[in-house]
Ligand binder design. Structure first.
Ligand code: NAP
Length: 311
């Protein structure tokens, strides 16, 4: 029997790429998720066994983890919504880690973010740093992987930048647009996480791509890939956020949170380690531009649907 890996969110974004890589390395898979329907078809792979990701029932989580050698945790919330604060997400992650320990899991792989910090004013980055401490403290060998911005099929941010470029004649750039980021492809992240999963020692490593670019260069690359004119108008960040909120109000979505914009402008999506990603995001964009931004990638709508299904 192959070793069993439990991956949270294997029907969603990063978890799906990790699951694919682990399966290619011969592991059997189970996922913890609240989805009934995958975000995208699982590339012709066999159906994956799914159990609910319900933190209110730790013993059910423990049952779902029993027999697994490995837990890959992708669980997190982008911003507080649908009753889940960052503090709640930290505590939920602790429940998951303790369930894994009780179930006899022997290695945890945790997906964090580049540049987490206990001193950060941004709840997302501070929460990630607290969870990293919890991973250290849980007593199991671990790999912590810290991605920058993950670019791939069914992503939200890049798709929605493309949607804005397709939908509006002008793109309101927050501030100078000269702040840098170091995006990485989803396939590279899947590979880096699966490699880290199969190590024996505890490690903490960044997952960043080979190119550093400014945010304006990223927007221009997306515009070129989608065949749109990039008519960029530089506006104060507060004004850009106001516009984004107004469109979000119409769509009933949080398009980009204030903290996400602050993290971007503080260049927290740049790694300070040699890049482990090998694929060019620019090339990925150029070859996927036709599909990008055809539809707004609605995150809240899909979570509301999940909530409805489980009530
Ligand atoms: N995407 C990026 O560019 C990026 C960059 C840096 C770090 N990361 C980190 O990578 C990890 C995976 O992120 P992702 O973008 O790939 O996310 P994702 O696949 O949409 O979600 C990951 C997991 O979290 C669960 N989840 C998300 N929001 C939730 C909510 N409000 N309530 C309950 N469960 C929720 C999902 O549940 P379901 O299975 O039910 O969907 C899934 O199991 C996260 O830790 C994230 O912080 C992502």
């Amino acid at each position: 029997m192959p070793d069993l890996a439990v991956v949270t969110g294997a029907l969603s974004y990063t978890g799906r790429a990790v699951a694919r890589e682990l399966r290619a390395r011969g592991l059997a898979l189970r996922t913890l998720t609240n989805r009934r329907v995958p975000l995208a078809p699982l590339d012709g792979t066999p159906r994956i066994e799914a159990r609910p990701l319900q933190f209110e029932d730790p013993s059910a989580l423990e049952d779902a983890l029993r027999g697994a050698r490995l837990l890959v945790n992708t669980y997190w919330v982008r911003y507080p919504f649908v009753g889940v604060s960052i503090e709640r997400a930290v505590e939920n992650t602790e429940v998951l880690l303790q369930a894994a320990r009780r179930a006899g899991v022997t290695r945890v792989v945790h997906i964090s973010v580049s540049n987490p910090s206990l001193r950060s004013k941004l709840g997302y980055y501070r929460g990630k740093a607290i969870v990293e401490e919890r991973v250290h403290a849980c007593g199991l060998p671990f790999a912590i992987v810290r991605p920058t911005l993950i670019v791939g099929e069914h992503d939200i941010l890049v798709n929605n930048i493309a949607w804005f470029l397709r939908s509006f004649p002008i793109f309101a750039m927050p501030g100078s647009g000269h702040y840098r980021l170091q995006p990485i492809t989803l396939d590279d992240v899947g590979r880096i996480v699966a490699d880290a999963a199969l190590l024996d020692e505890s490690v903490t490593l960044d997952a960043a791509g080979p190119e550093v670019m400014t945010f304006e260069e990223l927007v221009r690359a997306i515009a070129a890939a989608t065949g749109q004119q990039a008519r960029i108008l530089h506006v104060p960040p507060w004004f850009a956020l106001g516009l984004i909120r107004a469109v979000g109000w119409i769509l009933r979505e949080v398009i980009l949170s204030r903290e996400e914009l602050a993290g971007l402008m503080e260049e927290l999506l740049v790694s300070h380690e040699p890049p482990r990603g090998t694929e060019s995001v620019r090339i990925w964009l150029a070859s996927h531009g036709d599909q990008l931004g055809r539809r707004y990638a609605a995150e809240l709508a899909r979570r509301r649907l999940v909530d409805t299904i489980f009530k």
